[in-house]
Design a protein around this ligand. Structure first.
Ligand code: NAG
Ligand code: NAG
Length: 247
């Protein structure tokens, strides 16, 4: 009997001290708090009762969030020195249950995948842009680490002319180049790395102006492309005339 009482007493004492520790971890009666040394564990407090929880695989605890306490790594500052993380739970499609991941190699940087509960959804950046894992945005390929902009865009920037400091000439930072196979596209080379600019369907690159221009002013386009551009312009004009009539 005494044994039972003692163990019950011990149990109560242990439970009491645990509850106390948990309550100590709560800064507010309802809310969350970080777990020291971990980036994806956190303490959730409900009415002052603390419970340790884990963010889904791929997400990190975001102390600053006022809603759901877990976020994508890019949105979370986890300054824990030797941060522990749960082990990854990869699937056939995804390296983690949640997250955004670039697909392809250095010459195919325009695709990314969003993983949700281990299922991967693939997205394409707009043409000419590369997925930037540092910003979670589609970006100029020359701004994306590990993206070979020339290989990705299929355009090699010509070698820069040597500087002529003697003449006090300003070296051009940008150079403009027509696409060799599409009159409606041009490339800007910035420090030897290209960016692709599309002019849209009713415009084309005017090499003399170094910018997109009305397709009528660019005789270099094939007759097909010029006809298509004229069609679009005519359709636009008649739509505008229709609107004027209505008003
Ligand atoms: C905490 O949440 C509970 C349940 O939602 C609520 O009844 C209680 O008043 C809250 N406490 C505080 C201090 O906000
Ligand atoms: C048409 O092409 C020629 C040869 O590449 C170039 O010199 C000229 O500037 C181009 N014209 C326009 C309007 O882009």
């Amino acid at each position: 009997m005494a044994k039972i009482i003692i163990s019950a007493f011990l149990c109560l004492a242990m439970f009491g001290s645990l509850a106390q520790a948990a309550a100590g971890a709560c800064r507010e009666a309802n809310g969350t708090a970080p777990v020291s040394g971990s980036c994806d564990a956190y303490i959730e407090c409900k009415n002052g009762v603390a419970e340790e929880k884990l963010c889904p695989d791929g997400l990190l605890y975001n102390e600053k969030s006022t809603g759901y306490p877990c976020g994508y790594p890019i949105d979370v500052e986890c300054a824990q020195g030797q941060s522990r993380l749960q082990s990854a739970q990869p699937t056939d499609e995804c390296p983690h249950q949640f997250g955004y991941y670039r697909m392809g190699d250095a010459s195919h940087c325009g695709q990314f995948m969003n993983c949700a509960s281990g299922r991967g959804f693939v997205f394409d950046c707009p043409e000419g842009l590369a997925w930037n894992p540092a910003t979670y945005k589609c970006d100029w390929p020359d701004q994306v680490e590990d993206c070979d902009a020339e290989a990705f865009l299929g355009f090699r920037c010509p070698a820069l002319a040597p500087k002529s400091d003697l003449l006090g000439e300003q070296e051009e930072d940008y150079t403009f180049h027509p696409s060799p196979d599409n009159c409606q596209v041009y490339f800007i080379c910035i420090e030897g790395r290209p960016r692709r600019i599309g002019c849209g369907e009713d415009q084309a690159f005017n090499q003399e102006l170094k910018q997109c221009d009305d397709i009528d002013n660019v005789p270099n386009c094939s007759s097909d492309i010029r006809a298509k551009g004229a069609e679009i312009k005519a359709a636009r004009a008649s739509a505008a005339a229709g609107r004027r009539k209505q008003n």
